[in-house]
Ligand binder design. Structure first.
Ligand code: HEM
Length: 515
């Protein structure tokens, strides 16, 4: 009868019921909203009971700094994920427990994604960013897809040296389809709570649709991941190296302690980690520029003062664009790509502020709740880049924001996003480009009145992206449009290194866009 009740010493939280604890009220979608509502009631450090298991939710920067950064050695684990493991064989770097396998994958990921190594990928990132401008110029209403194509083409080029010129390029389509299946499996509530009730593992497949879904997703992922790996091997054997990440992994496979399975999954999981995250950020950016014309105007004025209209911005310009830097930080704050980061777990029991955190407790860092705390941020529901010009971490003047940091949206402790430098380069290049090139305006009704887009209409899922929305995008001048055309042509040599094995449709598209 004690199962489900909150043990003595645990932090407070919502009332429990026998057996289930809080499982019956645990949010299965948009968890950050419920977590934030509870944080305002029970504080920045509270607990939930899931059967006999414990979940701790942190919505307090000081608790995050102490437990997740300083005590990272203890909070580096992930909770068991039986269903995800049955798809990936436990080889997902993102979801893996704190095991030798995770350490090997993480070392390999980290060694090739350092700030210095990430510099190597700048040429293709810049070239793809130019195609993004060109895609928007030619088909502005398709901007949502163009942003997704950009992000997946960059990650495919960086990892496998093979770009995706179109949204419909076969590798991109295969990735989006397998990702869709994968997300519908790992979404909380989408599958039975096998980790809390292990007996569910033994339900025969004919009664357990989730088992069939897992097998289907596993096949889709493996076809894509190992297909790309083998293509890279064959390309290298032909002597056509182009400096891609997986070439390096294949060269150092033995030294890194990785077999074929690990190498295949490392690449695949990095596509997953790097694709929809980057596009979600850029989609939010476009949404915010459209919904907050004042912020857009200030950013354009700064851009025009520093860069002018005769050339595209470069990364070096960012040092002289404080408002643009603030706008990037505000985009992360306003709608963080991962509102509850990725779930962590403890390796051993710990204590904080006199409360117990049991061994094996699941920990959510409610980044959204922290970023939207009215005690910390002035009017947190509005998009105001200016706040980051007033104080280092955007908090209200006079409030101590020193427990926050700029990289917070990329996670905490030893699990911090290994793609942070690559992603930051993409974010910086594209934010500057988009501000420089286009005017983003809301749609208008028949009488010409603007219809502001809904800045809260976000899709459900671990990655928080706005649903497709309408906005009008026009080039800021003919001169700028000409520069984009010219720059795309100039990028031809960079693109060529990444254009092998293209489909007939891709070849035709590429030829046309350079004609
Ligand atoms: C806007 C872009 C991105 C954002 C906001 C983002 C955010 C995050 C967050 C919040 C986590 C969880 C950290 C934690 O557990 O505390 C994470 C993990 C991860 N990210 Fe990213 N990410 C981005 C881009 C990328 C890119 C480009 C890559 C790959 C090149 C990548 C690969 C990964 C991987 C592999 C993990 C799992 C790390 C582990 O569990 O050890 N991410 N990311």
């Amino acid at each position: 009868l004690r199962i489900g009740s909150r043990e003595r010493g645990l932090p407070p939280g919502p009332p429990t019921v026998p057996i289930l604890g809080n499982m019956h009220i645990f949010p299965t979608e948009y968890a950050h909203y419920k977590f934030t509502e509870w944080a305002r009631k029970y504080g920045g450090f509270y607990s939930l009971k899931m059967g006999s298991g414990t979940v701790v939710v942190l919505t307090d920067p000081a608790a995050v700094k102490y437990l997740m950064d300083q005590r990272s050695g203890n909070t580096v684990d992930r909770p068991p994920a039986y269903i995800a493991d049955s798809v990936t064989g436990g080889l997902s770097l993102v979801m893996a427990r704190y095991t030798e396998t995770w350490r090997t994958l993480r070392r390999a990921a980290h060694s090739i994604l350092t700030p210095q190594q990430s510099q190597k990928h700048l040429p293709i990132q810049k070239a793809e960013a130019t195609q993004l401008l060109h895609d928007i110029l030619t088909k502005p209403e398709g901007f949502y897809k163009h942003l997704r194509r950009y992000a997946s083409s960059v990650i495919l080029s960086v990892l496998y040296g093979k770009r995706a010129p179109r949204y419909e390029t076969p590798e991109t389509t295969a990735f989006f389809e397998s990702q869709h299946e994968w997300e519908s499996i790992i979404d909380p509530g989408a599958t039975p709570p096998v980790d809390f009730f292990p007996i569910l593992k033994y339900v025969p497949e004919r009664w357990a649709k989730w088992k069939r879904d897992c097998a289907k997703t596993r096949k889709m992922q493996r076809d894509l991941y190992f297909g790309l790996l083998d293509e890279t091997k064959e390309r290298v054997a032909r002597g056509e190296d182009n400096g891609s990440y997986m070439e390096e992994i294949l060269r150092n496979q033995e030294e890194l302690g990785m077999d074929r399975e690990m190498a295949g999954y490392l690449g695949g999981i990095l596509i997953e980690g790097g694709s929809d995250t980057t596009s979600a950020f850029l989609q939010t950016l476009v949404l915010a520029l459209t919904a907050y014309p004042d912020a857009q105007r200030k950013a354009q004025e700064e851009m025009d003062r520093v860069v002018g209209s005769q050339r595209l911005p470069t990364l070096e310009d960012l040092d002289h664009l404080p408002y643009t830097r603030a706008l990037i930080l505000e985009t992360h704050r306003f709608r963080p790509v991962a509102p509850t980061l990725m779930v962590h777990a403890t390796l051993a029991a710990d204590e904080y502020k006199g409360y117990v955190i049991p061994k094996g407790a699941t920990i959510f860092v409610n980044a959204y709740g922290i970023f939207h705390d009215p005690e910390l941020f002035e009017d947190p529901e509005t998009f105001q880049p200016r706040r980051y010009l007033l104080t280092e971490n955007g908090t209200k003047p006079g409030v101590d924001g020193s427990d926050l940091r700029h990289s917070f949206a990329f996670g905490v402790g030893r699990r911090i996003c290994p793609g942070i430098h690559l992603a930051t380069n993409s974010i910086n290049i594209n934010t500057m480009n988009l501000i420089w090139a286009f005017q983003f305006s809301p749609e208008t009704d028949e009488s010409g009145n603007p219809i502001p887009p809904d800045t809260s209409a976000y899709l459900r899922g671990v990655i928080s992206a706005p649903g497709p929305f309408k906005c009008t995008i026009t080039p800021r001048s003919k001169e700028r449009a000409d520069i984009i055309e010219n720059e795309l042509f100039e990028a031809t040599d960079t693109f060529r290194k990444f254009e092998y094995g293209l489909s007939a449709e891709d070849k035709e598209f590429v030829a046309k866009s350079r004609a």
